[in-house]
Design a protein around this ligand. Structure first.
Ligand code: HXC
Length: 285
């Protein structure tokens, strides 16, 4: 069944702006990334989404495809961003079936709450591997196609269909430090650093690299894992955010459209925090 547009995309964006473009997204079966991809598909793109769970990823691909008549969305389950070969195979399939890659969302992540004393070395490494190495692998495997995309359609600031853009999904934990999240903080600091290096190395080719940092977004797996259920049930957790509420997946999707569309052509090397101002407010997330 089709998801109502209002659930994942503001009415301000014009249909067709991503026509003939292809988005490649890791973690695409998840709540946030699927909304990002759904918005891009709605606006004209075709897509390839990757996830670890086969059934969940394929089902999500079919659901996203309903956002626009004629949309092509490939779901590649069983993918593991920790393994570069897994990404290379997915990239090859995406390019063969959809004709290239214009936009990338590196969204795959793994997380749990744990004090440092409860973290084994392997637990810390696992999160680093999924988030940091996984983001690097995603960049590495898609880079030739991102550069080919921007060459086809150069970023002059006046070209309305520039490709060659990557968004990494990060977190704000490392801005301040966060109890029970040392592993994810370290991993996401690495993600931000990968983005910054890519922005400087490939900006001269017209490619843009940015980070989106979601805050507490309602209804996500992240909040199910990390949220304080008791505080949420009374609304106390939501009220601690400066805007007095949790965010929505639509607000992350809108930021994505901003960065990938013509509106974001001069934004490179930036961390776009979409969190209601939460990270600035101690204890609010
Ligand atoms: C302490 C834990 C743990 C926990 C796992 N480990 N859970 N340690 N507390 N709660 C340890 C294990 O004991 C093991 O170490 C090591 O981590 C690897 O665990 P495995 O289960 O073997 O690994 P794997 O199957 O690859 O699972 C990866 C995972 C898991 C990250 C641990 O949670 C997972 O796959 N999650 C699904 C994806 C996910 O988390 N999505 C939510 C993303 S939300 P030992 O020493 O025993 O071998 C998100 C929000 C970011 O990222 C912030 C947004 C603002």
């Amino acid at each position: 069944m089709a998801v109502p547009r209002a659930d994942y995309l503001s009415p301000v964006w014009r249909d067709g702006i991503f026509e003939n473009k292809v988005v490649f997204c890791t973690g695409g079966g998840g709540t946030i990334c699927s909304a990002q991809v759904r918005a891009l598909v709605h606006l004209g793109a075709n897509a390839c989404i990757l996830g670890r769970n086969i059934e969940k990823t394929e089902k999500m691909a079919r659901s996203i495809a309903t956002a626009r008549k004629g949309a092509k969305v490939i779901g590649i389950g069983g993918a593991d961003v920790r393994k570069i070969e897994s990404l290379e195979q997915a990239v090859e399939r995406c390019v063969t079936e959809l004709g290239g890659i214009d936009y990338v969302i590196a969204g795959a992540a793994g997380n749990f709450l744990s004090p440092i004393a409860g973290l084994s070395s392997n637990a810390f490494k696992t999160v680093m591997d999924i988030d940091t190495i996984g983001s690097f692998n995603t960049l590495k495997a898609t880079l030739p196609h991102l550069l080919a995309s921007v060459k086809k359609s150069p970023n002059t600031g006046t070209n309305t269909s520039t490709g060659g853009r990557i968004i990494f999904i990060s977190a704000s934990f490392h801005f301040t430090g966060m109890p029970l999240q040392t592993h994810a903080s370290a991993a996401k600091a690495g993600v931000d650093a990968i983005m910054a290096g890519a922005a400087l190395e490939y900006g001269p080719y017209g490619m843009t690299s940015n980070v989106i940092t979601p805050g507490p977004i309602a209804g996500t797996e992240g909040m199910a894992r990390l949220g304080d259920k008791e505080q949420e049930s009374t609304g106390a957790a939501q009220r601690r955010n400066p805007l007095g509420r949790y965010g929505t997946v639509k607000e992350i999707a809108d930021g994505t459209v901003y960065l990938f569309s013509d509106t974001g052509s001069y934004v490179n090397g930036e961390v776009l925090v979409i969190d209601g101002g939460g990270w600035r407010s101690p204890g609010s997330f």
